[in-house]
Design a protein around this ligand. Structure first.
Ligand SMILES: [Zn+2]
Length: 108
């Protein structure tokens, strides 16, 4: 029970930081597909999730995959109304977080 409370607190902090990041960087809250303002992520219950997205390296003469072991950290958001999914680079977000820590000593 107590662990669940801590998880919720941590999640609320992460969501607050991501919201601050999106706000500072001018990310539109309105869904590009349907115009709604209600974002979430599946299958988690939080508004945003950081996960890994496969980015296979192409390079064969026929466009084939040379190496499928590369992954890019991404933040996944999905519109609650229409399901439109947006991906944001977790690397850019991490750089912003590091900059915040240097400026404010305020990281998550
Ligand atoms: Zn939508």
């Amino acid at each position: 029970m107590e662990q669940q409370m801590e998880d919720k607190d941590d999640e609320a902090k992460r969501i607050a930081k991501l919201t601050e990041f999106f706000g500072e960087r001018g990310v539109k809250e309105i869904c590009d597909a349907c115009g709604h303002l209600d974002w979430t992520v599946a299958p988690m219950t939080s508004l945003f999730a950081l996960t890994m997205f496969p980015v296979p390296r192409l390079g064969g003469k026929d466009g084939s995959v040379l190496d499928g072991r590369h992954f890019q950290p991404v933040i996944v958001t999905a519109c609650q109304n229409c399901g439109f999914v947006r991906l944001f680079s977790g690397t850019v977000y991490s750089q912003w977080q590091a900059q915040k820590v240097m400026e404010e000593g305020d990281g998550v």
